[in-house]
Design a protein around this ligand. Structure first.
Ligand SMILES: [Ca+2]
Length: 541
């Protein structure tokens, strides 16, 4: 228990906002696995809400077009507002500086479909061709052969709710305040931040999410209220239930429910039900594709697996021959194949962008029930083992087959990129992502327009990656280090360690081993300036 905050004793959950403070309180005390488990899932009870400092970085006069809208007369505008206001104010000539992003793809061709397959806690090396696992993953390999591998694709925070909110909103966790992983009845993503589902639904797309939602478990934050015409799956992680290996009394307070289109159709999910999750998500996705082959659609499949506890259907039980994790990954690979095949038989392959990725790296403390990554640390940290996700994009004729991209990309860029491809409107709210289509399609001279990407854990800014992906600066922060690995669905042990300020050359040293901050002080200083700007914009109380 934290001797100062005492929230563990009173609520059974730890405070995320005070995470570092809490750890400092615990100096001299043994941090056992039960406390660590709650550190992972704790929902803030005592922390104050952080509000972005208004006006920071906003010019006080003049007009400036940005990819997300613009600034004029000291006020920030959404893209649509900016264009309307600028037109009235100074005439269309002022729009000459407007970025290419504002242009629509074209109105005379049919709009593309979008499929996002988003795994939960998959390791970077869990699938061919990123790794060479001891089980076959032919469908993911074929997806990569037909598309492009993105070897430097990251998430801004390597934990479930924060990562999913960033993907679906195009915003950093520090903007939306969706951090960590929320538990049952969590508020999730504030409706003032639009989701991909909402922007595409408004543009006439049929939208669906089949899988783990985890960005809101209240009537106005569940999928039907957030832009998804159809939905099924879990509202949060599949281990937040009565069979939790460390804290069943805590997580058993609320039954894990399976939802379909706004109704809990399985009021108390059983282990047998969990064996069917991957199958149900897949079958529903295939049915959705078949039924919507004649109209543009957005299909989001955020699998519950391979988040622990692992479950697999009878058709894949024991099939890998190397244990349950291999069986689960083979079933997910099968799922990928089913979805791609449904696109093919409906004649949709040529007009569908398929994105395959994971919300964060492996939960390595679970040992044989976790995935593999060659990078440093794992889920829940700002090191590459947490934030770098093996990603594939396939779009025949648009993305060259069998290629690799080493340029940095982030989930926050997906929303504006899909908006661009769909000819849709950006959200009214300001976002952090940018349209990256020219980078994704490897157009000549295309460069990442972001000066940096920011990485955080819970409410703490921890690292800055230069937009070109070359340099990564770690700020002073604590992180959890796995000292013993678990087995059979039970976790091992963490130890809290401190990361000193460090600069890594991500081209020469993507494993973050060699601190070169003394050799490149100018680079470190520049990234530190970005960090300070980011803090002032989003983290000042
Ligand atoms: Ca996750």
């Amino acid at each position: 228990m934290c001797i100062k905050c005492r929230f563990f004793a009173s609520t059974g959950s730890f405070c995320e906002t005070e995470l570092l403070t809490t750890r400092k309180h615990l100096v001299g005390f043994k941090i056992d696995t039960k406390i660590e488990a709650n550190l992972r899932y704790g929902k803030c009870r005592t922390g104050k809400s952080l509000q972005p400092q208004k006006g920071v970085g906003t010019p006080t006069a003049g007009i400036e077009a940005t990819e997300n809208g613009g600034f004029m007369n000291g006020r920030s505008y959404s893209r649509r507002e900016f264009f309307e206001a600028a037109t009235v104010s100074v005439g269309l000539s002022a729009l000459s500086a407007a970025p290419r992003f504002s242009q629509r793809v074209g109105t005379n061709r049919s709009r593309p479909n979008f499929v996002i397959i988003f795994l939960d806690d998959s390791g970077w090396a869990d699938f061919e061709p990123f790794g060479n696992p001891r089980y076959p993953t032919p469908n993911v390999r074929q997806l990569a052969e037909a598309g492009c591998r993105f070897n430097n694709f990251c998430v801004p925070q390597a934990i479930c709710s924060a990562s999913r909110a960033a993907l679906l909103s195009g915003c950093y966790p520090c903007r939306t305040k969706v951090v960590g992983a929320h538990g049952p009845n969590g508020r999730g993503l504030d409706p003032k931040y639009a989701t991909i589902g909402e922007v595409l639904q408004r543009a006439g797309y049929k939208t669906a999410v089949f899988g783990k939602w985890h960005i809101g478990d209240q009537p106005d934050t569940r999928p039907p209220a957030r832009g998804f015409d159809e939905s099924c799956g879990l509202m949060y992680s599949n281990d937040m239930w009565r069979y939790h290996p460390e804290s069943p009394e805590n997580w058993g307070k609320y039954p894990l429910q399976y939802w379909e289109n706004g109704k809990a159709t399985i009021p108390d999910v059983s282990p047998k039900d969990q064996t069917m999750l991957t199958t149900w998500y897949t079958e529903t996705a295939v049915r959705f594709i078949n039924q919507n082959k004649d109209r543009p659609f957005f299909l989001y499949v955020p699998h519950s697996m391979p988040h622990v506890p692992l479950f697999v259907s009878d058709k894949f039980w024991g099939k890998s021959g190397v244990g349950l994790y291999g069986d689960v990954m083979m079933e997910i690979d099968w799922s990928v194949g089913q979805i791609v095949e449904a696109l093919r038989v409906n004649g949709l392959e040529e007009n569908t962008l398929v994105i395959f990725s994971s919300d964060n790296g492996p939960w390595s403390v679970y040992g044989d029930h976790a995935g593999k990554t060659p990078f440093r640390e794992a889920k829940g940290t700002s090191f590459e083992g947490g934030v770098r996700s093996a990603t594939i994009m396939k779009y025949p004729g648009k993305i060259q087959a069998g290629t690799e991209c080493k340029k940095a990309l982030c989930t926050i860029d997906i929303l504006p990129t899909l908006v661009y491809l769909a000819g849709a409107e950006l959200p009214q709210n300001e976002i952090d992502g940018k349209n990256m289509w020219d980078v994704i399609t490897n157009e000549s001279g295309a460069t990442n327009p972001h000066p940096y990407y920011a990485f955080s854990t819970t409410r703490f800014l921890e690292a800055i990656l230069s937009g070109d992906g070359k340099w990564k600066l770690h700020l002073l922060h604590d992180y959890r280090y796995v000292v013993t690995y678990g087995e059979g669905g039970f976790p091992g042990k963490y130890q809290q360690r401190e990361q000193s300020p460090a600069l890594y050359d991500m081209e020469a040293d993507p494993y973050e081993r060699m601190n070169v901050i003394d050799m490149h002080p100018d680079v470190a200083r520049k990234l530190m300036q970005f960090a300070e700007q980011h803090r002032q914009r989003f983290y000042q109380r």
